[in-house]
Ligand binder design. Structure first.
Ligand code: ZN
Length: 382
């Protein structure tokens, strides 16, 4: 992983733009402010904050985000249209992402235009934005399906006109990590002067892997959203990218991860998209242990079956007694309830534990465990 050591990698979280763009998701202004404040306070350095072209309400929201005076840079999304960029400037931001469709499929079938037209759009929008002193990300919508030589042409225009970075968008979530690695590596090699950002989607379940592959290939910026909220199957989740970089790649971005669960639950509620309990990193039950061998291993030393400590993201370890439990887990659960059970006693309870789990199709709660304890005539139930 030496290719990553010492490199600066910057999260651009787009929960407030691509996240809110999920079908049916709407944040109130208060929710937007709270999400931005939390992202800022945990150390996220850039926040994509909406689309000024959507009108007065959105512009007022962006203005109130600017008024927070965050450390994070605020960057709205705009089309390559001077009026939209002007609307962004009026909101008080100092950066914009200028989005252009770059694949022939979209240029021909969506825009009914040509590559030449796209280049002209870029030149006029980028020229205007740089003249106004903005930091500019050039967003390549559908970069995955674009001719890479055309992307290079656009990046060369960006370089010549002072564009600050190119956003490589896997808009449809169709690449695999090897493909995105190859494409980003090639672009880095040919146009090293322009930073690259990767924007990945989860349609094939590869958003996190693709984001990390893009970073490993040389991207300095990465787009994320809290809980992976975003168009269709969503974006690369902030919490997964940060923890993946930290624990799979050995790169600590300096983000305060302890508040991930708090942030995740707030966004889940505000977006009305409840999280699956098994959601990686922040799901309620991703540190629950039931099966005999795993529970026993975790009791001996949590690192036996946990890749990182749950407290690192604000979760807690839970031992669960159920169909697959063994005696160690059962003894430990009783101990947590203040009841001492010997190994022999635990063995004598195991049949009933399994029967109860099978009948109820769930793990056993404290009341079940107390009832079982008493039913076999053991005393001292606390
Ligand atoms: Zn997107």
């Amino acid at each position: 992983m030496n290719d990553l050591i010492g490199r600066e990698i910057i999260i651009d979280d787009t929960t407030l733009r691509d996240g809110e763009q999920s079908a049916g998701v709407v944040f109130s202004r208060e929710e937007k402010l709270k999400i931005a404040l939390m992202l800022d306070s945990i150390g996220v350095r850039e926040i994509e904050c909406g689309i000024p072209a959507m009108g007065k309400d959105e512009q007022a929201s962006i203005r109130s985000l600017v008024d927070l005076g965050l450390n994070a840079r605020l960057i709205p999304g705009t089309a390559a249209v001077i009026e939209d960029i002007r609307a962004s400037i009026e909101c008080g931001v100092t950066a914009v992402d200028i989005s252009l469709s770059v694949s022939d499929i979209m240029i021909e079938n969506k825009l009914h235009k040509s590559r030449e037209w796209v280049k002209e759009q870029l030149k006029s929008a980028l020229g205007f934005a740089k003249e106004k002193g903005l930091y500019v990300s050039v967003g390549g919508e559908d970069s995955s399906r674009a001719d890479i030589y055309f992307i290079i042409e656009l990046m060369e225009i960006a370089r010549e006109m002072g564009g600050d970075r190119f956003r490589f968008c896997d808009t449809l979530g169709i690449l695999d990590p090897f493909a995105i690695y190859d494409k980003v590596s090639a672009l880095r090699r040919v146009v090293p002067e322009v930073d690259i950002e990767v924007h990945t989607h989860n349609d094939l379940g590869m958003a996190t892997a693709n984001a990390i592959a893009g970073i490993r290939a040389g991207a300095r910026f990465v787009n994320t959203t809290v809980n992976g909220l975003g168009e269709r199957a969503g974006n690369a989740p902030l919490e997964e990218v940060v923890m993946g970089l930290k624990h799979a790649c050995g790169i600590d971005l300096g983000i305060d991860t302890h508040r991930f669960v708090e942030l995740s639950r707030f966004v889940a509620k505000a977006s009305q998209r409840p999280l699956p309990e098994w959601k990686p990193v922040v799901g309620k039950r991703v540190f629950s242990h039931e099966s005999g061998l795993h529970a026993d291993g975790v009791i001996k030393n949590p690192s036996n079956y946990e890749g990182f400590d749950p407290s690192e993201v604000g979760l807690q370890r839970r031992l669960v007694v159920g169909k697959h439990s063994g005696t160690s887990g059962l003894i430990e659960r009783y101990r947590e309830m203040g009841i001492t059970v010997s190994r022999g006693e635990a063995l004598s309870l195991m049949d009933q534990v399994r029967t109860t789990a099978q009948q109820t199709k769930r793990s056993l709660n404290d009341a079940d465990l107390l009832r079982l304890y008493r039913s076999v005539g053991l005393k001292n139930a606390a």
